[in-house]
Design a protein around this ligand. Structure first.
Ligand SMILES: [Fe+2]
Ligand SMILES: [Fe+2]
Length: 251
């Protein structure tokens, strides 16, 4: 007998079919069949399906625990950077993207070092996420002193703080657009210790060397990846945001 996954709510039983809708609050649709919630008549979800890697399910988990727009944008930025590195290194892009999306999903609720990312890793484990993802997320926390062994562990650590620095550099520009940011402007702010002092420059440099990439090249590569996702990560800039809002109003 097939078992319903915990994302669906049974609405009733018809002739030979179970009527149910996906309980995803973010998308409101069945992640498998894309049927709007409340109208779905689809075969029951199985537990095996529940354990499959799915980006939207990962995003649902992220948004269940995270409300802060800046933290959500950070997760999306790290996702974009890891996606780009996965493509460059010939690794599994979905696995890497999901790792980026979820690396801080527990942070808003449990920001203390004794909890983040340990609480999150327990949740991920019970949700059936692979150990490869869980270990990479654990090892991005320097204070846990875990060895970063796999390219995924190293890449996550290398891009995490850098995404924070690039975001900070973008947000002090009058345009607030990442498209106006250059490697040179990032390096300039890098040297200015009072700027974004929470961003540990040493961790970024260490991350690049662990990953075996030249620091400037690493900065340029991540910047380009984030520029490619400017709108999704909230760094498209004020002019474009206004243009988009106007288009929506007039459209
Ligand atoms: Fe973190
Ligand atoms: Fe992070």
């Amino acid at each position: 007998m097939r078992t319903l996954c915990n994302r669906v709510k049974v609405l009733g039983h018809g002739k030979g079919v179970n009527r149910h809708s996906c309980i995803s609050t973010r998308t409101g649709v069945c992640y498998r069949l894309n049927i709007p919630a409340g109208q779905a008549v689809c075969p029951p979800h199985t537990l095996e399906e529940k354990n499959l890697l799915d980006r939207d399910r990962a995003e649902d988990l992220l948004t269940e625990y995270t409300r802060s727009p800046s933290l959500l944008n950070h997760a999306l930025a790290v996702e974009a950077a890891l996606g780009a590195y996965a493509r460059r290194l010939g690794e599994d892009e979905l696995t890497w993207r999901i790792t980026g999306l979820l690396h801080d999903f527990d942070y808003e609720r449990w920001p203390e070092p004794e909890n983040h990312p340990l609480k999150g890793s327990e949740i991920l484990r019970s949700a059936g996420y692979p150990e490869q993802i869980i270990y990479a997320i654990l090892s991005h926390a320097q204070y846990l002193e875990l060895e970063r062994k796999s390219p995924l562990d190293q890449a996550l650590f290398a891009v995490d703080e850098l995404c924070g620095l690039i975001t900070a550099v973008t947000l002090v520009r009058p345009s607030r657009s990442i498209l106006d940011v250059t490697v040179r402007s990032i390096k300039k702010k890098w040297k200015q210790r009072s700027f974004a002092e929470g961003v540990c420059r040493e961790d970024i440099a260490l991350g690049a060397s662990e990953l075996g990439v030249d620091l400037d090249e690493h900065i340029g590569f991540v910047l380009e990846a984030l520029q490619g996702s400017a709108a999704q990560i909230g760094l498209i800039g004020v002019a474009e945001e206004h243009a988009e809002a106007n288009a929506q109003l007039t459209g």
